[in-house]
Design a protein around this ligand. Structure first.
Ligand SMILES: Cc1cc2nc3c(=O)[nH]c(=O)nc-3n(C[C@H](O)[C@H](O)[C@H](O)COP(=O)(O)OP(=O)(O)OC[C@H]3O[C@@H](n4cnc5c(N)ncnc54)[C@H](O)[C@@H]3O)c2cc1C
Length: 556
């Protein structure tokens, strides 16, 4: 039987990061990926027309660029093929008769916002100042294991630096919903909607408490950093990571779906993949969704506590996402402003009430009558994606029911995603047409990925939930994936859980993969000097990463 030190289930970017650090510390590592290519939700391909490269799922790599992994491996990744391209026109929102545009040039953004509303500009400036303080004091917690001594140290430092009163002010601000955040700081419905749209990227409809967290960080973070995507397609990131794993002596095997985690004497001892048993001496690291891990891969395994299975069964998923990939003859002809065609993201909501209606409809099982569109103008940011002037456009549709019970507009009769998806895509294009007249005539080809297609392509995206499990506060921080499991070690010795369903959650942040490697490489008898130096390098990179996160977003 093949025996290795660690088996990593899934070649998402997190799994590859864990594998890489373990392999560099001298572990014999095998990554098993069920798909025929690596990357999970970070994959690209020519899905509309030959020569046009689309990011199939994730595209915005800001979180990765702010991660300790990038701080540590930047040159290695460049050598193996990953290079970011940054747009200095990160995001905008369109409204009937106008738009709000956020440029990396903060002065320009503020000047234009001031022309829209002096009161909103004042709120923007004050909120931005607070965001800078927040990033410098509390953001390092995002790159820290929870719970851990390091997290406590960060908190103590934050108390010393900002004082308890300021931290409580932050807590109150973050506890707000996105609607409350907007109404507290801005007067116009446009600016309120500009920030509320960010909440919908996770599963925060405008009226969910703590929805303010992500928009508070993203609104100013993306302005200052710009939005980064991968030159030539996002697959270059996992492919570069996989190349580094192999270079360090690890193996990355694709087309290898893990069917079972084996447990012997109460300890995880290996896996069965495509019928082949593989033993793991030190660890099985599962980058899989908790429900599948405990409900399928550990089904019938002895010694798995009933309460762990219960936690996994109760793990909640958010609403679904659909992707509409477009090949266009020319850039999107937005009517509100000529610059809009070159922005990385344009949100088409338009208003907070529209987002609230969409969110509620999707939770009720209804296809929303007017879903939120996140229009990613990929080839405008990275022209290498379409060398001959055709345009690559990525439209993320938020949010949709995982299972269709009806249509809020009463028009679509299909109740299975395979039959409904093209009609929903027609609705998406009709909505786009309202803000970009003539766009429909520019469409050369389109490929639609329904929530069901997302799950088929990656079993972690249960019900097409792009964030692999609700991020509401009851399932976040110490509660992700559930209380007692936030630190990656599961209740089964030798079995670890990483990925978007674990702290700190979804996004291309690489952090659960990184922090799990840190946990595994912690000083332990018999690991030897190489591993110990791996730990030291990891700790140093983490510290640098935390600084990079703070620095990147505060402009230091
Ligand atoms: C449509 C969409 C758009 C997104 N947009 C963005 C964005 O712009 N920016 C951003 O930061 N984030 C975005 N995200 C979120 C982000 O892509 C994910 O949170 C992140 O990629 C998760 O990475 P991961 O390493 O945890 O796992 P995943 O990328 O989910 O990979 C998990 C891998 O494990 C494999 N696997 C699972 N079970 C098994 C098994 N039993 N055996 C073998 N292999 C298995 C899967 O096939 C998959 O390849 C988006 C997600 C989606 C779906």
């Amino acid at each position: 039987m093949r025996t290795v030190d660690a088996v990593v289930i899934g070649a998402g970017h997190n799994g590859l990061v864990t594998a890489l650090y373990l392999a560099r510390a001298g572990w014999d590592v095998l990554v098993l990926e069920g798909n025929h290519d690596v990357g999970g939700a970070t994959r690209s391909g020519e899905v509309t027309e030959p020569g046009l490269v689309h990011d199939l799922y994730a595209t915005n790599l800001n979180l990765f660029l702010a991660s300790p992994v990038y701080a540590e491996l930047r040159e290695d990744l460049a050598r193996t093929g990953f290079r970011p391209v940054v747009s200095d026109r990160p995001y905008a929102s369109v409204f009937p008769g106008g738009s709000l545009r956020v440029y990396q040039d903060a002065e320009r953004t503020e000047r234009e916002l001031g022309e829209h509303s002096a009161a909103d500009l004042a709120g923007w400036r004050r909120l931005r100042e607070m965001q800078h303080e927040f990033m410098a004091t509390l953001m390092p917690l995002y790159g820290t294991r929870l719970p851990s001594a390091a997290a406590l140290r960060h908190l103590a430092r934050a108390v010393r630096r900002a004082g308890v009163g300021k931290l409580l002010t932050f807590a109150q601000l973050l506890a707000r919903s996105t609607r409350e955040l907007g109404e507290t700081w801005f007067e116009t419905p446009e600016t309120r909607a500009l920030i509320a749209a960010w909440g919908m990227h996770l599963d925060y409809g405008p009226d969910v408490s703590f929805g303010a967290m992500f928009p508070f960080v993203e609104t100013f973070g993306d302005m200052e950093a710009g939005i980064a995507i991968a030159r030539g397609g996002v697959s270059s990131l996992p492919e570069a990571l996989a190349a580094l794993v192999r270079e360090a002596g690890g193996e990355v095997r694709t087309g290898a779906r893990v069917e079972r985690v084996t447990v012997d004497g109460g300890r995880a001892t290996g896996v069965v993949a495509n019928g082949e048993p593989i033993a793991a001496r030190r660890a099985v690291v599962a980058g899989t969704s908790p429900r599948r891990l405990f409900g399928e891969l550990l089904d019938g395994a002895p010694g798995v506590r009933a309460e762990e299975r219960e936690h996994a069964r109760r793990f909640r998923y958010g609403p679904g996402t659909m992707m509409v990939h477009l090949a266009l003859d020319a850039p999107v002809p937005w009517s509100a402003h000529p610059d809009l065609a070159s922005f990385a993201y344009v949100h088409v909501g338009p208003y907070v009430d529209d987002l609230a209606r969409t969110y509620t409809q999707s939770l009720a099982g209804l296809i929303p009558d007017s879903p939120l569109l996140v229009v990613g103008q990929t080839s405008q940011v990275d022209p290498t994606r379409s060398p001959d002037g055709r345009q690559v456009v990525w439209v993320q549709v938020r949010s949709l029911p995982s299972t269709i019970l009806g249509d809020a507009a009463g028009e679509i009769t299909a109740r299975h995603w395979d039959e409904a998806k093209e009609a929903v895509a027609d609705r998406v294009l009709a909505k786009l047409e309202e803000y970009a007249p003539g766009v429909g005539a520019l469409v050369r080809a389109r490929t639609v990925l329904s929530p069901l297609d997302l799950e088929r392509s990656n079993p972690n995206l249960v019900g097409g939930d792009s964030v692999a499990g609700s991020h509401h506060v009851a399932q976040n921080f110490l509660f992700r994936p559930w209380l007692g499991a936030s630190g990656y070690a599961t209740a089964v010795p030798g079995l670890y859980q990483i990925g978007a369903a674990t702290w700190p959650g979804a996004g291309t942040n690489a952090l659960s993969g990184y922090l799990c490697a840190e946990l595994l490489l912690g000083p332990a008898p018999g690991l030897g000097t190489r591993a110990r130096s791996g730990v030291r390098a990891g700790a140093a990179a983490l510290a640098r990463g935390a600084d990079a996160v703070a620095g990147r977003f505060t402009g230091r």
